[in-house]
Design a protein around this ligand. Structure first.
Ligand SMILES: [Fe+2]
Length: 225
């Protein structure tokens, strides 16, 4: 099993390949910004892309899905909640349900429903690793002031992740906003200001104040390329 992280695009996005080295296949998570760069990573890793996983529908996470599908005829997995919310459509779109387990070669990928940034945001869990999209960043969390965002729901989502997952879980965020590209949940409990807020009221006030780090510029209203 491997998780390969690489930065791409002007918004400090991280994209990922989750793969099976023996089977030489991988899923690409959140293909956006530049198709050739994604194909170059595939070649460099010497794997074949056999699935596309989307943490959510914002265009900086999905705007190369259609282009990639022209090169690779693979399924596109997104939570049904996110598809319903956003109206996202593409060829080969496979709505998934919370708790579903996907397979990449011999690697199992659990789909966690983590609403708050959007109603159908997902995190992908592979053993003790969690690809978090725009739900949780190193020392930050996703904005909740876009359409479909909800800071109270985000608070519950983050609590649940902390309660349910082993402390040694390594998180792989959707943007490079922290001091380090990845971090363990244990370390984040010490340093992430959003995880230190112990009441929903404090969390909502802090997240919605507009003065805190860990945000991102607003997405285009339409996710289409
Ligand atoms: Fe986003």
């Amino acid at each position: 099993m491997f998780i390969h992280q690489y930065p791409l695009g002007p918004w400090d996005n991280f994209q990922y390949f989750i793969g099976d080295r023996d089977a030489r296949v991988a899923a690409v998570v959140d293909p956006a910004w530049h198709l050739q760069s994604i194909l170059d990573e595939e070649g460099r890793l010497d794997v074949k892309i056999d699935a596309i996983l989307c943490t959510h529908s914002h265009f900086d996470h999905v705007d190369q899905v259609e282009h990639l599908l022209k090169e690779r005829d693979v399924p596109v997995y997104m939570l049904r909640e996110e598809i319903d919310f956003s109206g996202f459509r593409c060829e080969n779109l496979r709505p998934v349900s919370p708790g579903e387990t996907l397979r990449v070669g011999g690697v199992e990928v659990d789909v966690l429903h983590t609403p708050g940034h959007t109603p159908g945001s997902a995190c992908f869990r592979v053993r003790d690793n969690l690809v978090t999209g725009d739900t949780l960043f190193v020392d930050g969390c996703g904005r909740c002031d876009f359409v479909g965002g909800d800071p109270q729901v985000m608070y519950e989502t983050l609590r649940k992740l902390i309660d349910d997952l082993p402390a040694e879980t390594t998180m792989y965020p959707g943007h490079d906003y922290g001091q380090t590209p990845t971090a363990t949940l244990d370390a984040q409990l010490q340093s992430n200001p959003y995880l230190k807020l112990s009441t929903v009221a404090d969390f909502v006030a802090h997240r919605m104040s507009g003065k805190t780090a860990g945000g991102q510029v607003p997405p285009k209203p339409d996710w289409s390329p």
